[in-house]
Design a protein around this ligand. Sequence first.
Ligand SMILES: [Zn+2]
Length: 280
Amino acid sequence: MRKIDELRFGTAGIPISTEEPADTAKGIRQVRKLGLDVMELEFVRNINVSAEKAPLIKKTSQEEDILLTCHGQYFVNLASLEKAKAEATIKRMLDAARRAHECGVWSIAWHAAFFQGRPKEKVYEIVKKNMGHVVKTLHNKGIKDIWIRTETTGKESQWGDLPECIRLAQDIEGVLPCVDFAHLHARNGINNTTVEFRRMLEDIEKGLGKEALHNMHIHMSGVNYGPKGERNHLILKASDMNYRDLLKVWKEFKIKGIVINESPNIEGDALLMQKFYSSL
Ligand SMILES: [Zn+2]
């Protein structure tokens, strides 16, 4: 797995300021022009880079020194009650991971599953079994140099709080959490203070060691939430997300890896965080 020697900031998808007609390669060049260092490919609705285009995307990212990450499909549920849907999920994840790998992606993340009224332990076992199958299949095909991640989710109905994501990473080699701090905050309005931010990073280190803190895949945004959790993303300054203290804690723990901004102004808040982080 490629080593990253700092904390890099970037956009969830092609920057808004990219010249029209925008495409992925242009987006990568625009990320460089903006002075950011990462772009996340958004495979959320479909795999939007073709097999023919993948080598060009890889080459462009290397030329521009832009690290690529990927957000996998929204329509996945590793623990679906319907067998056909669970199987379709595995296929979708394999297809996305393969294409992402062809693009030179460093890390790919999904919201992995839903509880659908079942006990947490039961769902955990199903997620573990099916995710294990995904990773093993990729490894057997020689696809090893890409982190496979489950993202911390923003609703109680979704599998994937931080302890669950840490536990899965302990159980499956090659898997790590993607930590969405806005989602963790949206779950109930907590997780927004220095003490809590420190505890989260301590839990990651305790559970997964320094390797995890040195290979972080982070999602950030402002967030609007209610009793059921996440409602929608906001720009940081329009939200109560305590990003200043969070970034101070990142600095304190000397984490390495990447931060993808998912606020509606994708490059705006990425630059805001990058600037604030480098001022610390
Ligand atoms: Zn996400």
